[in-house]
Write a protein that binds this ligand. Structure first.
Ligand code: IMP
Length: 486
């Protein structure tokens, strides 16, 4: 069973949606492992724009029979049903039948969204710089309650014992104790309980909640034990089933149903709770580790399959929304950059149309940072890269790439991508750049490697050599077809 994992390699918004859309065409199962409706991407098919936040984008392909929201996710039910409704209105078929939620995923309540707003406001009132700049979708508070063992799982929600309501009341009481009732005066607990009861009925009636582990385990056959050698991977499903039987294992019922699994990352590595620019991160494991905790049953050994891959999506420059360090940031709002560099940042923002899909916020922009991308490759073990938005650089006379960081105070080179974010605060950092001559030729819509300008090829080949991972796809425009495949 080949598994393709698509992960954001920088701070999100790398343009994962397009590759996911392309790969979805051959996937019969698409899974989200972590995060909530803080993620967002837009897919344009036949002139219709579809927005995805919590739903897996396999829904766009009618033959993608199962779209799973895994145990590592937090699900805001009003948003889940609203998104399903929007996809139906745009004509997508059987979306409700093709989506399932793990019974171990957490319920993200409106209470969490309210608390997200309150905690940001508290940070802002102390010092605006310490705000995380969250999406205010309740992600941090919901994951905090999960880890604090106070949360509500989908299994609790659909159980007849009614404990979900008691737990929600306790959460409300605790938050009221922490922040005071005035802070939560705009939140209506009884209304949320009433709404949740309706959503609960809908979840039960529509059979949305499943035990995902046996299913994921079955998709690669018998807990992944039997079909793990490359020779067995070469076998047809029938042959593999016979091998399993001869080993005394039972072939998984339904294993033939899911011939290709696509795992769609949400957010991106530098927002990972453990490996990102903490505390300016989201609250889930957005990297490779999160895939296997969020989708238990999926064997890591499935990556041995010759057609499996871990694809890192790298934007040809860098963007970030929200607060936090950003070594290569440019733009007129950034302190200590030359007028020319400030202009380049503003150009990247406007040519790249860098506004958030989920929040509509203007994204911060800067040059490609290879220190960061190399770190991302180390953490996520990418086997291939998708380089995106190359065409945004078409008009630039010069293009720069960050090669290393130096501590401005000591002049010392900083090794790797540091955990201590003070080291990468702009005022403490000097960046060693390599400058490339721009190709100044339109590449939008190019589909063949040979048709790219030589200077663009040199830029891509340089990145590939530096990070040591092949760049298989190069995005050259917003449409599905605007992609060079090597
Ligand atoms: P939260 O995930 O809403 O808690 O936000 C934490 C940080 O992650 C903020 O800086 C957000 O802007 C950022 N963030 C969360 N999800 C995404 C995403 O999908 N793309 C880009 N930034 C994101």
């Amino acid at each position: 069973m080949p598994v393709k994992i698509v992960l954001g390699s920088q701070w999100g918004d790398e343009g994962k949606g397009k590759l996911v859309d392309i790969l979805c065409a051959s996937a019969s199962m698409c899974c989200r492992a972590a995060g909530g409706n803080n993620a967002g991407h837009t897919i344009v098919v036949n002139g219709i724009t579809y927005d995805f936040h919590i739903l897996p984008s396999g829904l766009i392909n009618p033959s993608c029979k199962l779209n799973l929201i895994g145990a590592g996710c937090v699900v805001h039910l009003p948003s889940f049903f609203k998104e399903l409704g929007a996809l139906e209105q745009k004509g997508l078929q059987e979306v409700r039948q093709r989506v399932k939620i793990s019974d171990r995923a957490q319920v993200c309540f409106d209470l969490h969204c309210a608390v997200d707003g309150i905690s940001e406001e508290i940070l802002r009132s102390k010092d605006a710089k310490s705000m995380i700049g969250t999406t205010k979708k309740g992600i941090g508070p919901c994951y905090s309650d999960k880890v604090g063992r106070r949360g509500v799982t989908m299994a609790m929600l659909i159980s007849e014992n009614g404990q979900w309501e008691k737990r929600l009341r306790t959460l409300h009481q605790t938050y009221t104790g922490t922040y005071g009732s005035d802070a939560l005066s705009h939140y209506d607990l009884e209304a949320e309980i009433a709404r949740t009861k309706d959503f609960r009925q809908e979840l039960i009636k529509g059979d949305y909640i499943i035990d995902a582990t046996p299913l994921l385990s079955k998709t690669i056959g018998n807990n992944g034990r039997a079909i793990t050698t490359s020779s067995q991977f070469q076998q047809s499903p029938d042959q593999a089933a016979k091998t399993l039987e001869s080993n005394g294992d039972t072939p998984a019922a339904g294993s033939e149903l899911f011939s290709n699994v696509l795992i769609e990352g949400a957010n991106a590595l530098l927002l990972d709770i453990d490996h990102g620019t903490y505390p300016y991160v989201t609250s889930s494991n957005t990297g490779l580790g999160g895939v296997f905790t969020g989708l238990a049953g999926l064997s890591p050994l499935s990556l041995n399959h010759p057609d499996s891959s871990i694809i890192g999506v790298v934007k040809a420059y860098t963007t970030r929304v929200g607060s936090g360090p950003f070594p290569t940031e440019l733009g007129t709002e950034v302190a200590n950059v030359s007028t020319e560099d400030a202009h380049s940042g503003d150009q990247l923002q406007s040519i790249g149309r860098e506004f958030g899909v989920t929040t509509g916020r203007k994204r911060r922009c800067g040059w490609l940072d290879l220190v960061l991308v190399k770190y991302s490759c180390q953490v996520n073990c990418y086997t291939h890269l998708n380089f995106t938005k190359l065409d945004v650089l078409d008009t630039f006379p010069e293009i720069r790439v960050a090669m290393s960081y130096k501590d401005r105070r000591t002049g010392q080179t900083i090794s790797g991508f540091p955990a201590d974010i003070d080291l990468i605060a702009n005022e403490n950092l000097d960046i060693v750049y390599k400058t490339f001559e721009g190709w100044q030729t339109e590449t939008t819509g190019t589909r063949e490697w040979d048709q790219l300008p030589d200077k663009a090829k040199a830029y891509i080949e340089f990145v590939e050599q530096e990070v040591g991972v092949p760049i298989k796809w190069i995005g050259t425009g917003p449409r599905r077809e605007d992609m060079v495949v090597r």
